[in-house]
Ligand binder design. Sequence first.
Ligand code: SF4
Length: 932
Amino acid sequence: MAKGKFEVVQTIPSPSIAAGLVERFGRKSYGVVTSFSDSYLGALRTYLGDSTLVDLKPFGEFVRQVHTQLHGSSPRLASSRQVLTAIELACESLPSLSPFSKVGDKAGFHEVVRDALRQFQHWDIGFDSVSDGFTGAKAEALHAIATEVERTLAEASASTASALMKACLDEALDLDGQEARLLIFNRGELHPLALKWLTWLSSQGAEVQLVLDRHATDAPIFRASQVTAEFVNKPKTSPGQGNRLLNNLFTEFETDGPNLELVEIHTVGDPFAEAEWALRRAVALTGTGTGSVTIFARDRDTYLPVLIAASQRMRVPVRLTRRTPLLANGFIKSLLALFDLLESNDVRKLTPLLKTGYLGLAHNSETANLIEQAHLRGGNEWDDLTELVAEMEGAELLAETVAHLRSLRSTIASEQRTALDWHTFVRNSIEQAPWFQTVIQRSHDGRDQRAFTALLAALGQDAVVRHANRPEPIAFATWIKVLKQVLDSGDASVPKPPDGIEVVTSVDEIGLTDYVIALGLLEGAFPRRRSENPILSDDDLAAFPANPPLTNSFDTAAAERDHFYRLCACPSKGLVLSYPQIDGDRDNIAAFYLGEIRKICSNLQEFSHPRRSLLPPPSKCELEPDRTLSTALLSAPKSPPENHIATEPAKEVIRFDKSPIRPRELRAMQKCAFQFLAQRKLPTPHEKGDYWRRLLYVPEMAQLLKAPDPESAATALRAAYQGVLDEIRTKLPAWELDPLEQGAERVFSGLIEREFMSREQWHRDCLTTKIGGRLEDFNPATAYKERLAGVTEANSRRTLHLYRLNAPQKLTTSNREDLLLEFGSMIESAWVGVHEVEIEIESLGDRRTKIIYIPDDSAHPRSTDALTVINLGEGEATRDDLRTTLKGLFLEGLRSACSGKMLPTPGDHCAFCNVSDLCRRSQGASEEEDMF
Ligand code: SF4
């Protein structure tokens, strides 16, 4: 066995220096390369190459291997998820006096506890080393949790790398083979226990080389490296020279050095534009777009989606690893809906699952009918549905699925299982489902298979720990909460494509590269702000007898400079830094690091790409998609061709045939022939999911206008609404039904209040009101048609009742014409055989409005908060006056509509136009206007 040694190498954190160290280490035929940080392993793998016998391993795996050599066997390493599950289980029984009793069930708290446990394990100190005051109370609670977590993991035959290291320290080992040589990189972790263990390892004969980061000259950054070097007290070597930037960054004294070839700062409008400019710059720097440029975006949530979108638009491929939440996958969402369904006796809950179409199950009026029938039969709904779909032609898959679900339901109802058995149940029940293979094979890029595998893996890890903690069987209802929890926090990785510009989110992932383009250099993002640990403040941490002292929030904030320095050390040729000026609706503050770069780099170039400057001019565009878009944006807007209908037969199709129209259509006729004719000729857009609109029919169904008192009105409204809800229940998920039910109560109380208030104030006797009716009933020759909620006739006055989403609130010069056209035409049409016609409009907008048309309204009751009166009358206000006014308003529009000309006439009315997406002249979105 070779004589052991422990060598510390402090070096500038440059990939080329690290690659040199790894390459030299890899020349021998045995040994292991590793890092305290797992995310650095990818870069180390590229440095090591394939032509070596030296191994690359995560540090935990290496520790486990040594432990196995020493003890013959080792527990497996607990995953982060398993530790979290063990913490969650330990927190379930927190005493009520525990300082954490109120947050013990929160996932965020479990994560903070996991980090605290990890730190204390790294220092190898117990929480019980402090017992005084509030810190002592928190330490005591954390000690209890840590003890329980350790016990649970031991029961699950799992352990942490720290526990394995501790178990080695007092033992003697004769090392040989790979374990006898170790090259380990420390990227800023302070891990005193690991240092003790490495010292022990070298004392057992291993050659250990520990690589620490250092500044190129004298700046006091890399605290963790300095503390580590002092802690191990080993001779150091310091290879490498810095460039001008690395020599002077974060130092007081100037030191010369070669400049990087290129240093740039780009100020861009927003993150999406920033992503586009970054890709453009990457293509420009590498010529072909496939060279050694790495884009670094620390804020993955903001930048990864926009980088993907920009890469697709610009057709510049990028290589990035993504993790997507499990619940973002349609297949996994469908599985969750399916497991939820198993618990319910109500077969109508099957409808949303059918509607997704994800499982390939048919959903049509026939299946909806069968589901409704099975529900209404009142027996066992699943038995009935199984029977009904079995008889339906062409629904074999649905029939098999319903039978499968019914059999799963009988299993979960009759059995309790352990967490491990529920895990097996999930796998079997899905893999044996009749649609499973089809869904998996159909999925794009194997994404569903990956998500399903990730779900099983996460669930399996969780189940092992739960089973160890509580081996007794649990009911399905309890277990499904676990499933939801795992799904909430679980994610699946999407592998990197083979080609494209490298995109990373951690500095540790940057390998050998010529250029680095770093996005999002903003205060708060890079560097992050200092924030104290929410359960152990800096003062709490200082109370523990730790040597070196435990890392506190100031150390973590100071380590941000280390990360920036590592970033600057990565490129061999050039560094491009950028930040967005605006994020949403707030201005950003650029990172102060940029100020440091300005001071140091004499060759710095700065570029500003304001929001208006979306693209370079066409002559400077290197990418075809950019050139096309830039050319299009700069060219003068072209007028869309005239809507000229050339042939008589075509005109005949378009021409308004003077058939009765709804009064509200007059407004469109007067303002824009295109809107009027398009609305009439095209099918009415399906108001999908607008179930609130159904509320409009409820007062009429409940005969609210004739209700004798508020109590009976409320009862009738609720009963009528139940009918509506029963009708739509199968079409909506439960979470949408709840607000519909609760919101309706509020709407009804307002309706009732205004109904009885208006009767009193406007002197209406409900006995003279008739429910329902049509405008055409009063005058067969009328040109208008309109459905009415009711009509009241008394003292030669006719009141038309309408229910609308909104009612007019006041009369102004700008809305007078609109009101005359819509309501004036109704009054004129119903003004037959009576002296006066008025309209009462009740709305879902908490208002009732009465429209009258009389010469003098001074004797009429005034408007109140809830009741509004609008008088459209002027002068003598006779029916003839009204007819003449109306003719004057829409005659021109009528002529145009009858001629078959379909000319768009833009104006303020475009804001309310429901055919604007077909129109090329819409105000504000016209092809004739400049976008800016
Ligand atoms: S968007 Fe304006 S111009 Fe176009 S059809 Fe509608 S109302 Fe007419």
